[in-house]
Every structure is written in structure tokens, then in C-alpha cells.
Write a new protein. Structure first.
Length: 518
């Protein structure tokens, strides 16, 4: 491959001897020129850009005949003077670089080894000159005044001039900022850049990514962050034909709060450990806004207590670990527990008979409070708050009642009980109200009851039967040689269902003959 030259070579100046002695001369080799790129690697013929490395080709000059002051054959035999100037001559070859506008200023001093140069930003708009300095040693000159030999040296420069330096394009990262992440949640952001040709390559050159994230060469910042905090890092983007560019980013990783909190039930103990993802140390929880359900509180990372009020409770929960904090809004629903009530049917209530029954409830939290919602209890009966129904019914008549009761537990959990009550309140009657029996002999008669359910039961409730008179369970009255007299009695009549009444009865025993009842 041929060499691509971006500046023409300058011819070397030949030195003529000052006397009859033959002076060495420089014989120019290949052209002195400037190449862009790595040494000995040719590149396309473009103007140098800031950041390019330039290589100066020295043209391979040499002396003919050999002129080396270190070679004894070249030393003067009798007299030596080093001219011109003071001090010894430099050794054979140097390289240097100059910046040229209207004039030239040295930007890289002479060096016997360094023939490369990195183009600087301040070189933009100027041309760069590569200078090869060569020294000619002539130790064969003869002085005119005394004919003695002397050693002289002379320098010449060979140069090459570049094209005007162009400002190198710089890759710019066009992603202005990166989004916040959450510990334990997948994260994905893609960086983009402009400038240069071909695909861009990205890398982190300073700082550190959040733990759990990686940056691909293609600019994909992905992973699952593991630790909350604020992370600052520098990303460099590079592309062919442009200078790499950098940008600093900060990614905040917040604590991951619980997704949701459990709901509660009044009267039921609530115990919920709170936790977050991404904390590097102990976590302190607090209520930042709103209020917790009645009966609950937070202590040492535990949301606990016994809910005492039903409803929806909205609040903001805060969590802090070191310098990292987070908040999240939650709603806890507190419901009433289900209550089971009974019985479906109460014992029969009978007029005049003391009544005592109880409504039952399970579930919830005692004590319970009962009330009648619909249909009043029969007269004489009442409902106590604890669910006990007591009293002596007085109502007359018969009915099949459907009663509706309401009950609430300690925290207001409600339930409704629908129960049946059979009420039996007949009006009983007794016949006769006055009974006459003959004295002496044996006689039989009977009392008659009406208004209730047969059979009836009769019994003496007050007074004393005459001697010789007996009252049977079914109302039969039997006299055997009864003694004359009058008795005022009270007779209790009870029907089959328990309804009863007490009636007065006058019983007369006379000496006259009484007519027996069939």
C-alpha cells in the first residue's frame, strides 16, 4: 500500500566545503512527510482533527562520505576548534513540531526519538509542521591563517506541513436523565448518543452503578436494584470518527414498600410485621398522613392491635433506613365479624304463665345488646338488653307471631334474628258458679270448663272442701255422706296447653235431697 502524504517534502540543503578538503554532504532519502494515525500505518487523506496522532516520516537522510565526530578517523590531527557557536554540536538528528498560522511557533520541542504528535484543541484552525533537524560534521577544514585543520558543524532543516487542523466531532449523550428505581423491582433504561459514525459504545468511567444494575456496550442499563440509595456515575460514549463524550447521571433507588396491607375485623387481634426491600440497616416506620384503624398502632416494625371500629382507613406509611426513606399510601378495610343468632322458634307463651326465654348469639365480641325491631311482644312480656325475654303475658287470644330482633356486639357488629313465637291466651270459663249438694248419701256431679283446649284439669286453689266431698282431676265432684254447710272455694282450671284461670265456686251441702247429675 502506498504512503498517503498530506504535506509536500522540503529538499535538504547541501553543504559545500569551505576549503580544498572535501566536506561530507547529506544525501536525501525518501520524502519527509506527515502521516495521520499509528506509526507505519497509512490512513485516508483527511485533514488532521483534534485528538489525532500525527506521525512524521524523517525521510531517512544519511551522510556521504561518513561524517561522525566519534569516529577516530574523522578527528583532526593537530588542531581542533568547534565552530560556529559555543559548546559542542548536537548529535546528528532531531524531531520537532510547530504550529503555523502567519508564522510558526514550536509546540513540541526537539527530541532525538519522538516523531509523533497528538493534535491539541488549540491547534484547530492552524497547520502543523514536522521539522527534521540534521547536523553536518566537517573535521577536514583547513584554517587560512595557520593551515591547521578544524572541526565545524552545520545544521539544516527538512520540513513537512499538514493541512489545516479540523475540530474533532465529540460524541454527545442525548439522554438527559435516568429514571428512579425501586429495590427488588426490574429496571430498564436505554442510553442514546449522537456524533460520530457507526454504533455508539457505552461504558462507566467513574462512580458506580446501583448494585444489581449493569450497563451494556449498547447502552442498556438493566437489572434489579438490590439496595436503596442515591448513586452517581459517569458514562462515556464513543463512536468512530468522533471524540468520546461523557455525562454524569444520578439514579435514585427507593425502598420498596409492601404492595398492600391486610384487612382487619373488629374485635379480632391484628398482627402484621412490616418490611421493605432494599434497606441496608434497621428500618423505622411511621404514619406520615391519615390515620390507622381505631385500635391499631405501629411499634418496632409491627402493625398490631385489635380493630374497634369498622370502615375504610386511608393513611400514608413512611419508612426510613439511614439516609433513605420512602412513603406509600394504603387503605385498610375493617369489617364486622359475622354473628349467628337464634333460636328460630321461641317457647310458647301462654297467658298468665310466667315466661322466661333467651335469644342466642355467637361470634363477635361480647357483651351484646338486643332490641326489638318489628312486632311488639305480647302484653306482659319484655326484652332485656342481654336477650332475655321475661314477664307474664296478659294478652287475650291466640296468634303465631313473627318477631324480628336486632343485636350488636361490643364494637357494633350487627345481626338480625327472625324468630317465631306461638302465643296462647284463651278466655276460660267455669260452670256452674254455684253448686248445691245433698247431705248424706252418695252423689256425683261435675264442673264444666270452656274457652280453652280439652282436656281440662281442675284443682282446688283456695278454700276447703266440706267433709265427705272430693274434687276430681277432670272436674268430677263426689259427695259421700257430706255434712251440711256452705263453702266458698277457688277452683283453678288448666287446659291442655297450660292456659289456666281461677274461678270462685260456692258449694252448698243441704239436708234436702239433691238431684244427681247424669
Amino acid at each position: 500500500m502506498g504512503r498517503l502524504v498530506i504535506a509536500v517534502a522540503a529538499a535538504l540543503v547541501l553543504l559545500a566545503p569551505a576549503a580544498s578538503a572535501q566536506a561530507p554532504r547529506f544525501v536525501q532519502g525518501p520524502d519527509v512527510d506527515i502521516l495521520v494515525g499509528s506509526q507505519h500505518v497509512d490512513t485516508p487523506p483527511v485533514a488532521p482533527k483534534v485528538g489525532d496522532t500525527l506521525w512524521g516520516n524523517n525521510g531517512s537522510p544519511y551522510c556521504d562520505p561518513v561524517c561522525d565526530p566519534n569516529d577516530p578517523s574523522q578527528q583532526p590531527k593537530s588542531f581542533q576548534i568547534l565552530l560556529p557557536g559555543n559548546g559542542g554540536p548536537p548529535s546528528g538528528q532531531f524531531f520537532s513540531w510547530r504550529r503555523c498560522d502567519n508564522g510558526c511557533v514550536e509546540v513540541q520541542p526537539k527530541s532525538s526519538t519522538e516523531n509523533t504528535y497528538v493534535v491539541k484543541p488549540e491547534d484547530a484552525g492552524s497547520k502543523l509542521q514536522f521539522v527534521v533537524t540534521l547536523t553536518n560534521y566537517d573535521c577536514g577544514e583547513v584554517r587560512r591563517d595557520n593551515g591547521q585543520q578544524e572541526c565545524r558543524w552545520t545544521t539544516v532543516n527538512a520540513t513537512a506541513l499538514s493541512d489545516t487542523v479540523q475540530q474533532t466531532a465529540v460524541v454527545a449523550l442525548s439522554t438527559a436523565a435516568l429514571g428512579e428505581g425501586e429495590a427488588g423491582a426490574p429496571y430498564s433504561q436505554t442510553l442514546s448518543a449522537t456524533g460520530g459514525t457507526g454504533p455508539h459504545s457505552f461504558s462507566v468511567t467513574a462512580g458506580s452503578l446501583p448494585p444489581g444494575l449493569t450497563l451494556s456496550a449498547g447502552g442498556a442499563l438493566t437489572g434489579t436494584p438490590t439496595t436503596a440509595g442515591s448513586y452517581t456515575f459517569t458514562v462515556q460514549a464513543s463512536a468512530p470518527g468522533a471524540k468520546p463524550g461523557s455525562r454524569s447521571y444520578t439514579v435514585g433507588v427507593r425502598l420498596a414498600m409492601p404492595t398492600a396491607l391486610a384487612d382487619g375485623v373488629t374485635g379480632v387481634p391484628f398482627n402484621l410485621p412490616l418490611s421493605v426491600t432494599g434497606a441496608s440497616g434497621p428500618v423505622a416506620f411511621s404514619v406520615a398522613a391519615g390515620r390507622l384503624p381505631d385500635g391499631l398502632s405501629i411499634a418496632e416494625g409491627l402493625l398490631a392491635g385489635t380493630p374497634t371500629k369498622a370502615g375504610e382507613f386511608a393513611f400514608t406509611l413512611g419508612a426510613a433506613s439511614g439516609a433513605v426513606s420512602a412513603t406509600k399510601q394504603y387503605t385498610i378495610k375493617v369489617a364486622y365479624p359475622p354473628l349467628s343468632v337464634g333460636p328460630a322458634e321461641l317457647p310458647r307463651a301462654v297467658r298468665g304463665i310466667p315466661y322466661d326465654a333467651r335469644l342466642d348469639v355467637t361470634g363477635g365480641t361480647p357483651p351484646y345488646v338486643w332490641s326489638v325491631l318489628q312486632d311488639a311482644l305480647p302484653a306482659g312480656l319484655s326484652l332485656k338488653p342481654d336477650g332475655q325475654i321475661v314477664g307474664t303475658p296478659r294478652a287475650i287470644g291466640e296468634d303465631e307471631l313473627e318477631l324480628i330482633f336486632a343485636v350488636h356486639d361490643q364494637f357494633g357488629a350487627p345481626a338480625t334474628a327472625v324468630t317465631r313465637l306461638e302465643y296462647y291466651g284463651p278466655v276460660l270459663a267455669l260452670q256452674p258458679k254455684r253448686l248445691a249438694l245433698p247431705a248424706g248419701g252418695v252423689f256425683r256431679t261435675a264442673l264444666l270448663a270452656t274457652g280453652g283446649s280439652e282436656p281440662y284439669t281442675f284443682e282446688l286453689a283456695g278454700g276447703k272442701l266440706p267433709r265427705g266431698v272430693k274434687l276430681g282431676k277432670r272436674g268430677a265432684v263426689v259427695a259421700k255422706r257430706a255434712l251440711p254447710g256452705t263453702k266458698r272455694l277457688r277452683i283453678r282450671v288448666t287446659d291442655r296447653l297450660g292456659a289456666f284461670a281461677v274461678f270462685p265456686l260456692r258449694l252448698d251441702v243441704k239436708t234436702v235431697k239433691a238431684k244427681a247429675l247424669p
